[in-house]
Design a protein around this ligand. Sequence first.
Ligand code: MN3
Length: 202
Amino acid sequence: MAFTLPELPYAKTALAPHISEETLNYHHGKHHAAYVNNLNGMIEGTDMSSQSLVEIIRATYGNANLAGIFNNAAQVWNHTFYWHCMGPNGGGEATGAIADKIDADFGSYEAFLDAFKKAGATQFGSGWAWLVLNKTSGKLEITKTPNAETPLTDTNLVPLLTCDVWEHAYYLDYQNKRPDYISIFMDHLVNWEYVNENLAQA
Ligand code: MN3
């Protein structure tokens, strides 16, 4: 069964002026769609065509011969997760259970915010910044991954929030100013309800 491009959970105009309709047209309609189409082409007729996205990601990670499948499968998952991490009228200080957990594990929202922004700004080249739950320690952690890599390949980590820091995520709206995009993402776009749902299911 082929994978399909999921609909955005909001209208393409809903994140403006922070993320423009034009960016979403390219980012969702071209980049994310290409990852879905590439993946389907690569797994057609193989055993992987009956596996879930997460199964494919975990089975191909670290295997140089399957890097193309890994990259496209992980990018399909990462992007679907990223869309849900945002919403109109989002952002600002965390709310709900995640707010208490952030205070407990980072000391304050400000300390968390600084660390998350730093992770995204210092990811050299393309990649992702993440807030994850470490199931062994029971604590929140901030990580960054290059290119298509995702915390899903470490079964000890549960992704709670991500920010796409590939240039295609922000260049039309912010040009080279990645730190500005990450600040706007945190202050105006984060869907804390979704982050809380992820924490509750972790
Ligand atoms: Mn992207």
